[in-house]
Ligand binder design. Structure first.
Ligand code: PLP
Length: 230
């Protein structure tokens, strides 16, 4: 996608983020827009970088690694968010440039995160709509898992991530975000030795405004920035 279209898409999203924040009495600068660049070219990422975007999300290791390499060879250093399924056997291959891991959902992966040389900030993924075969912890096991991570592994967790299914029914989507917010508040109100529960990663192109109204601090936006994936 060319610079002109990317610019207008980005400006439109930033304006929508601001309005959603204002509607809910929030400071727009408390919401971090992550540009989800999976399947997008290095050139498109570079254009967004020129427009001031620094946070990028990727789902696949084999795509992320060469992108980082090319961009860094041009002196472009970005804040990378790994938002894909976090398989335990892949954790140690995550490049050190990954500063945020959004999809932690099992103990085996958490152990691998600990043995990885770099300290990335982890969010626990919650299967908030309790979908079959969807990644994430069951909502009712989140607090228990946080407890185990805090006391047994001493792995700090920085918040929660959810990715409910697309629904035509805005009320249903809002309901999932509300549940995530409640869980997030519950986790934040407990006292932990290691965790710093401060981020709630929720909302994609189709629902980020609702997510912001319900308390998202990070939104992950792909198609609204880059256009439909082919
Ligand atoms: C692809 C993806 C997104 C972005 O979705 P869009 O509909 O393109 O905005 C966000 N989060 C996760 C986990 C994804 O896999």
């Amino acid at each position: 996608m060319n610079l002109r279209l990317l610019t207008s898409n980005l400006e439109a999203i930033q304006a929508r983020v601001e309005r959603a924040a204002e509607r809910s009495g929030r400071d727009p600068s408390s919401i971090r827009i992550i540009a989800v660049s999976k399947t997008r070219s290095v050139e498109e990422i570079e254009r967004l970088y020129l427009l001031g975007i620094r946070d990028f999300g990727e789902n696949y290791l084999q795509e992320l690694v060469p992108k980082i390499e090319i961009l860094e060879s041009k002196g472009i250093h970005l804040c990378w968010h790994f938002i894909g399924q976090l398989q335990s056997n892949k954790v140690r291959q995550l490049p050190p440039q990954v500063q945020w891991i959004h999809g932690l959902d099992r103990m085996s992966a958490a152990k691998q995160v600990l043995t990885r040389g770099t300290k990335s900030k982890c969010l626990l993924q919650v299967n908030i709509a309790q979908e079959d075969q969807k990644a994430g912890l069951e909502p009712e096991s989140v607090l228990k898992t946080l407890e185990t991570l805090d006391t047994q592994l001493a792995l700090p967790i920085y918040g929660l991530m959810v990715f409910p299914p697309f629904s035509e029914d805005i009320g249903q989507t809002r309901g999932f975000f509300k549940q995530a917010r409640t869980l997030f508040e519950d986790a934040r109100n407990l006292s932990w030795k290691h965790h710093k529960i401060e981020q709630l990663s929720m909302g994609v192109s189709s629902d980020f405004e609702i997510a912001i109204e319900e308390g998202a601090t990070m939104i992950r936006v792909g198609e609204s920035i880059f256009g439909k994936r082919s």
